[in-house]
Design a protein around this ligand. Structure first.
Ligand code: NAG
Length: 421
């Protein structure tokens, strides 16, 4: 148990660099000279988060946090707005955003000023902190372990349990030190919601720090999940991970995984990428997926994850539980004191909770979200998106998501602040 948090940290000048898949975008553009991509979009697809935010005239800082177990994490901060609330002011309300699985802080920025929630919050007067979980493009470093070492995969032996249990406390205490704020909002998409539940069930003293928990499509239960990637994988979960580690593939980022992810998420019917999509074609079910922006999404995602993050969700699918990672009976006994891993105790997650979900979300089924709503003790509101086609990625990338969702969310955050102080 890592109770004592010795968090080292530093702020760096945020220098612009290349996005995770900038090379892939270059190849794409070179291979299809006839395709008319907007130069603007191609440029955004190839810039990393500091480059992207600076390009649009917003202030951007990179902060480095070292976790007690040695992972070096990067947080991006937009301390104030560009058009409104554009002066540095002390004691602005802090909002912390955590991305979903295989993603990064870019999730909350790529659709640009006026649309992406990271910018919208800065304009609304918030001090915006965007985290990056261990193992992703911006947090793929460690004080002693080498993420590239295929013969020693110890860097990659973590799931979202560690992200909630270790990364989140490290990031939040760092933010408290820098801003002097001890209460803040938390916004999480998908696994960003999962890790919040992990944090507050394992460290219930954190609950009182949250003015609100804004959960978009939070993943916890998988009773009704029908997403092919999970249902195909789940029966093999117990062999998947040992095989992956034995092959030196604890990281999910390589080209094959990337193409599969691409196929599942981007091969919509009629998509300009259809020729690339080989055999797997997923029908376009969302009205909000903006195909013009596809290069942008591809430049920034997937941003890397550990195989164990999949395995952990897979265990939940197989056992119909939301519980800690199942190592093996001996290791479980050492770590948890029992052969079977304990459940995350959701009764302990008492932070004021607001949940947003959708009937057309194949990754986080709406029936499973309702199970979560029933189990959490302090749900202030749960909101079903009023569209039959809004899907999992539309929460972060959908056209018009600001008007459909973010404005309402920010109104609820303001209400929560009035009750909190
Ligand atoms: C799709 O994205 C392009 C490029 O950013 C933008 O010009 C267009 O307005 C977007 N379409 C919708 C429906 O939001």
């Amino acid at each position: 148990m890592l109770r004592l948090l010795l968090v080292a940290g530093s702020v760096a000048v945020a220098l612009a660099g290349r996005s995770p898949h900038a090379d892939f975008i270059d190849e794409l553009v070179a291979s299809k000279p006839s395709a008319r991509y907007s130069n603007h979009i191609i440029e955004d697809a190839k810039l990393d988060v500091p480059g992207l935010v600076a390009k649009y005239g917003y202030p951007i800082e990179s902060h480095e946090v070292i976790t007690p177990d040695g992972y070096i994490l990067t947080m991006h901060r937009i301390p104030h707005g560009r058009d409104r609330n554009n002066k540095p002011v002390r004691n602005k309300p802090v909002v912390f955003l955590m991305h979903g699985m295989m993603s990064s802080s870019a999730d909350y920025l790529v659709i640009g000023p006026g649309n992406a929630i990271g910018y919208v919050l800065a304009e609304e007067g918030y001090d915006v902190w965007l985290a990056n979980a261990r193992g992703n493009f911006y947090s793929r470093r460690h004080t002693t372990l080498d993420p590239n070492d295929r013969s020693n995969q110890n860097f990659w032996r973590f799931s979202w349990d560690e992200i909630g249990n270790i990364d989140l406390p490290a990031c939040l205490s760092y933010i408290e030190r820098v801003t002097g704020q001890t209460r803040y909002h938390y916004i999480g998409h998908s696994q960003g919601g999962t890790s919040f539940l992990v944090l507050n069930s394992l460290h219930p003293e954190y609950n009182k720090k949250f003015i609100s928990f804004q959960a978009m499509a939070p993943a916890a239960f998988f009773e009704h999940n029908s997403h092919s990637i999970y249902s195909n994988l789940a029966p093999y979960i117990h062999i998947l991970e040992p095989a992956a580690f034995a092959l030196g593939r604890g990281e999910i980022f390589g080209s094959r995984e990337f193409i599969e992810w691409f196929a599942l998420n981007m091969c919509t019917v009629g998509s300009i990428f259809e020729p690339m999509c080989s055999s797997i074609v997923v029908s376009a079910t969302s009205d909000y997926f903006n195909q013009t922006m596809i290069p942008l999404f591809l430049g920034h995602a997937p941003a890397g994850a550990s195989i164990r993050q999949f395995t952990h969700y897979g265990q939940g699918i197989n056992h119909h539980t939301f519980r800690r990672f199942d190592h093996n009976p001996i290791t479980n006994r050492l770590i948890y004191g029992s052969r079977i891993p304990p459940d995350y105790d959701l009764n302990l997650v008492t932070a004021p909770t607001y949940i947003y979900y959708s009937v057309n979300d194949a990754s986080t089924n709406y029936k499973d979200v309702r199970i979560l709503v029933d189990r959490l003790p302090n749900v202030k509101g749960s909101f079903l998106m009023d569209s039959p086609t809004f899907d999992h990625l539309d929460f972060i990338w959908g056209s018009g998501v600001r008007h459909r969702l973010y404005n309402k969310m920010i109104g609820l955050m303001r209400n929560a602040e009035r009750n909190a102080f």
